[in-house]
Design a protein around this ligand. Structure first.
Ligand code: FRU
Length: 486
């Protein structure tokens, strides 16, 4: 694979016919290692947790078992970024405690002026679940850090003891409009609202059952839209009961807090591999007027087969950070800008006939790129990605639906449900598609960000071809991208 990645320039030169491109360089060259997405150097990763921006730095913590590539005693791994594209791994932030237990999912809040009894001056406070330990149950704890690197568990932990609910976890702490602190907590098939004045003493103020087939996990507050029309919703992960089978990520309109009226769950992603979404509480929006105020990401995986995907010496990766906008009043998602990674000469076709598209892609070779397609007058499009003689992943738009078929995407046998077709309604007048292709991951955005699929694939190393076939002229642009790890 390494040889493969390093030989790409020659292939690309042949493909694009343009000037020589800079070598495709990466320090993480194992087979299927994502080159645009965060994954840990080694060990296991699941949920993103504690996402927070502190002193201009984006912090990404993650459920982590450093000693093996399977889920085990949970720690909080830690990475930081200045631009949400390039990540630097930091020392583990939280480790299991013999008395309190292992460290499950949770969230972060910046206490700008400190808080009596919690931290004397400006700090990050983490609120999370301790699992097991002496009590054997799930309860909520606090940790703090003044520098964003070293974290100390607060001696008052747990600050919320288990109230007799087996699945009681994943607190999402936030500042409420009334100036008090709120924590949304998974309570089996419901979300509970707990309220506090000091982050130490908490009272349960309500709850809301979620109509799904599974256990509710990792509630999150999502702000979406633009700065002039901002809405707030509640993001919820459910396992099982997702739209593509296994675990899935949904959201509810109408504010983050439980309400008396029933609200139905809409899917954030129609693919199988998007779970435990969390947004950064304070992204760069205020610095870019009109920009989407919120950016978040998810674990790009499904609990159904998470333990069996064929990667070594790490297992688990995040989705790309996504901007949360709005379209027709609904949550819409777009990949963060990848322009800083563009390299080489793009494939760039305007109003191109089916034959011209075919010719332009005949010798294309790529594993890491962004594709944009505007279908014009077409009513049907078929795309084949990561193609070789005997492998490929197919995206089909027929005017009414968008579907992704990964049945022949490469290694699929590690789980019976992996080789499958995933479908979502998409009846827009035309197809406006963005696909980010990254070694073992596809992220597909259509319908102005309202229909999204995240799909893991494990293609053979020689599956670098692409085909695009629509029934009319289209605009097509493909930008090759640098690795974030170079
Ligand atoms: C979600 C989840 C959380 C839990 C964590 C454990 O994927 O099951 O509910 O806190 O993972 O790793």
């Amino acid at each position: 694979m390494e040889a493969m990645l390093r030989s790409l320039p020659l292939l690309l030169l042949a493909a694009c016919g343009g000037p020589p491109v800079a070598p495709f360089e990466t320090t993480r060259a194992e087979e299927w290692r994502p080159q645009l997405h965060f994954s840990p150097t080694s060990g296991w990763l699941n949920d993103p947790v504690g996402l927070v921006r502190f002193d201009g730095v984006y912090h990404l913590f993650f459920q982590h078992y450093p000693d093996d590539t399977v889920w085990g005693p949970m720690h909080w791994g830690h990475a930081t970024s200045a631009d949400l594209l390039h990540w630097e791994e930091q020392p583990i932030a939280l480790s299991p405690d013999p008395a309190l237990g292992t460290v499950f999912s949770g969230s972060a809040i910046v206490l700008e002026d400190g808080l009596t009894g919690v931290c004397a001056s400006r700090c990050i406070a983490l609120m999370f679940t301790h699992n097991g330990g002496d009590s054997g149950d799930q309860k909520q704890s606090l940790a703090t850090s003044l520098d964003g690197v070293a974290f100390t568990v607060h001696p008052a932990s747990p600050v919320i003891a288990n109230p007799g609910i087996r699945d009681f976890r994943d607190p999402r702490v936030y500042l409420r409009d009334d100036g008090r602190y709120g924590a949304l907590i998974s309570e089996g098939d419901a979300v509970g609202l707990w309220v506090s004045d000091d982050l130490l003493a908490w009272t349960r103020e309500g709850g809301m059952p979620i109509d799904s087939d599974g256990v509710v996990e990792t509630p999150d507050v999502v702000h979406f839209g633009d700065t002039s029309t901002l809405s707030t919703g509640l993001a919820i992960a459910v396992n099982p009961g997702g739209p593509a089978g296994g675990s899935g990520q949904g959201w509810l309109d109408g504010g983050p807090e439980p309400s008396a009226t029933a609200r139905s769950l809409a899917w954030m992603d129609h693919g199988p591999d998007f779970y435990a979404f969390q947004a950064w509480a304070d992204p760069a929006a205020t610095e870019a007027p009109g920009a989407a105020p919120s950016v978040g990401l998810a674990w790009a995986m499904n609990w159904r087969y998470a333990l069996r995907t064929p990667t070594e010496p790490w297992r688990g990766a995040m989705s790309l950070p996504r901007r949360l906008g709005a379209a027709e009043g609904q949550l819409a998602q777009h990949a963060i800008a990848l322009d800083a990674l563009v390299r080489g000469t793009p494939v760039d076709l305007a109003s191109a006939s089916p034959r011209r598209v075919e010719q332009a892609l005949e010798s294309f070779e790529g594993e890491v790129y962004r594709l944009r397609l505007a279908s014009g007058e077409a009513t049907h499009c078929d795309l084949g990605l990561r193609e070789s003689e005997d492998a490929g992943t197919r995206i089909t738009w027929d005017g009414d639906t968008l579907s992704v078929d990964r049945s022949f995407s490469g290694e699929v046998d590690f789980d019976d449900s992996f080789a499958a077709v995933h479908t979502a309604p998409l009846s827009t007048a035309g197809l406006d598609l963005e696909v980010v292709v990254d070694t073992s991951m596809l992220e597909i955005f259509a319908g102005d960000g309202q229909v999204v699929f995240t799909e893991r694939i494990f293609p053979p190393y020689d599956a670098t071809g692409i085909s695009v076939s629509c029934d009319a002229e289209v605009d097509l642009r493909i930008d090759l991208l640098h690795s974030i790890w170079r």
